[in-house]
Write a protein that binds this ligand. Structure first.
Ligand SMILES: Nc1ncnc2c1ncn2[C@@H]1O[C@H](COP(=O)(O)OP(=O)(O)OP(=O)(O)O)[C@@H](O)[C@H]1O
Ligand SMILES: O=C(O)[C@H](O)COP(=O)(O)O
Ligand SMILES: [Mg+2]
Length: 394
């Protein structure tokens, strides 16, 4: 249980509420191309409106490095939010200062404004005290609902919390609840599926997962460091050479802990990184030295699907192959479909993994798709999230 104050612990009626959300959404040509994060914030925003707050939303978008960047303005996100809320959302072109104060002074209960990208100020990422105070001066209460940015100690996620009653929003609470339960009271068998390309980032998660899971399915670019460490030829497949020893230690730890750790038993290989080139399916000990593996093979799909079908809780981060190319999508697609079919509680974390379940039309079959990429990983690693730590204790 979260030992932090929540929105239910404070009186919101007539109050100016600075609500930090994560509207760091994919954009193309000035339009929001994926509104998942905006939709995920709706319960909190609606709660604030229904309880008579004056809703002052704040977010970052992209990494503008402390200066105004025309392509990273939040106006398009405000328009999208307005459409989803069926309500006017005023988009401001600053996040602090006199003009913003005037706009806020003119707000009625239930009104919603979205401040400009907080990262246009260099003090945001530095967690500058003055900027945090300037944000706090705009409001009576701070609500943090930006789970996706909770691993950042910034002025609008952590600094501001020192100067106002600071409470969690519904999305933040839900993410912590779901991910926290997955780690502390897991339904068993508990299976983790880890893949993708960020081998360095994900190695730390595996260490922590081995303390907790019954099955660990490894796929994607992550597999080959393990396979090579076991002495297998992996050709030109993705490798983090300096992580081989760590990979071996995890194989040993899995054995000691009685965790069933699975690695691919067959793979789809190609000579060059391309969608339009000859592919072959080979057993794992048959990869020629000048070929690379870009997907798990059908035998592995069957093995992994069986484990998935017999699990009660599954968390998945990182695709099984280069699913963006049709020749290498089968592994990721099949795992996504196996997860969609199971009775188990299913959690997806990670930007590309979430995109994959969207692409294969099974997103609505998953129990929880985390809005946090880095944040969910750091949480699963057992690290503290500064955006949560900063909230007022209960
Ligand atoms: N065998 C492979 N070789 C090379 N790249 C791979 C392989 N398998 C998967 N990938 C790539 O991994 C990428 C996704 O990995 P990534 O670690 O970014 O996962 P994620 O779900 O987005 O998590 P995060 O939010 O941490 O980024 C995809 O773009 C995919 O093409
Ligand atoms: O997209 C994310 O993971 C969050 O919005 C955090 O963004 P950042 O990695 O730029 O801090
Ligand atoms: Mg990614």
């Amino acid at each position: 249980m979260l030992k932090k104050m929540t929105m239910k612990d404070v009186d919101l009626k007539g109050k100016r509420v600075f609500c930090r959300v994560d509207f760091n959404v994919p954009m193309s040509e000035g339009n929001v191309t994926d509104d998942t994060r905006i939709r995920a914030a709706l319960p909190t925003i609606n709660y604030l409106i229904e309880n008579g707050a004056k809703v002052i939303l704040a977010s970052h978008l992209g990494r503008p490095k402390g200066t105004v960047n025309e392509e990273m303005r939040l106006a398009a996100a405000a328009a999208k939010l307005s459409e989803l809320l069926h309500k006017d959302v005023k988009s401001l072109d600053e996040s602090i200062g006199e003009k913003v104060e005037q706009e806020i002074a003119a707000m009625n209960e239930g009104d919603v404004v979205l401040l400009e990208n907080v990262r246009f100020h260099p003090g945001e990422e530095k967690n500058d005290e003055e900027l945090a105070k300037a944000f706090a001066a705009l409001a009576d209460v701070f609500v943090n609902d930006a789970f996706g940015a909770a691993h950042r100690a910034h002025a609008s996620t952590a600094g501001i919390a020192k100067h106002l009653p600071a409470v969690s929003g519904l999305l933040l609470e839900k993410e912590l609840d779901v991910l926290g339960k997955a780690l502390s009271e897991p339904d068993r068998p508990f299976t983790a599926i880890i893949g993708g390309a960020k081998v360095k980032d994900k190695i730390g998660v595996i260490d922590n997962l081995l303390e907790n899971v019954d099955n660990l399915l490894i796929g994607g670019g992550l597999s080959y460091t393990f396979l090579k460490a076991q002495g297998l030829e992996i050709g030109t497949s993705l490798l983090e050479e300096d992580k081989m020893e760590l990979a071996l230690s995890f194989l040993k730890k899995a054995e000691e802990k009685g965790v069933k750790l699975y690695l691919p038993i067959d793979v789809v290989i190609v000579k060059e990184f391309s969608n339009d080139t000859e592919t072959k399916v080979v057993k794992i000990d048959e990869i020629p030295s000048d070929w690379m593996a870009l997907d798990i093979g059908p035998e592995t799909v069957k093995l992994y699907s069986d484990v998935i079908a017999n699990s009660k809780l599954i968390i998945w981060n990182g695709p099984m192959g280069v699913f963006e190319m049709s020749s290498f999508e089968n592994g990721t697609k099949s795992v996504a479909e196996a997860m969609a079919k199971t009775e188990a509680y299913t959690v997806i974390g990670g930007g590309d993994s979430a995109a994959a379940v969207e692409q294969f039309h099974v997103a609505d079959k998953m129990d929880h798709i985390s809005t946090g990429g880095g944040a969910s990983l750091e949480f699963m690693e057992g690290k503290e999230l500064p955006g949560v730590t900063a909230l007022t204790d209960k």
